[in-house]
Design a protein around this ligand. Structure first.
Ligand code: ZN
Length: 64
């Protein structure tokens, strides 16, 4: 379901414009803006939640 601009974001993470698929990251509680491409009738589809506040160190270099 697409969230209309002006709707409060339900979760922190990545959202896509339902029309042009422009991605954007918004925080929970933030009022969703209009798409930068001014799609007008578009909305935001929640794509991926941001995992945790502290990003895990990506130092898993395989050394085998
Ligand atoms: Zn758009």
């Amino acid at each position: 379901m697409a969230l209309r601009p002006g709707t409060v974001a339900p979760a922190t993470g990545i959202y896509w414009c339902s029309v042009c698929k422009l991605p954007g990251q918004f925080e929970a509680g933030q009022v969703l803006p209009e798409c930068r491409n001014k799609c007008g009738r578009g909305g935001w589809d929640f794509v991926q939640a941001k995992t945790g506040a502290a990003p895990a160190p990506s130092s898993s270099a395989p050394s085998s």
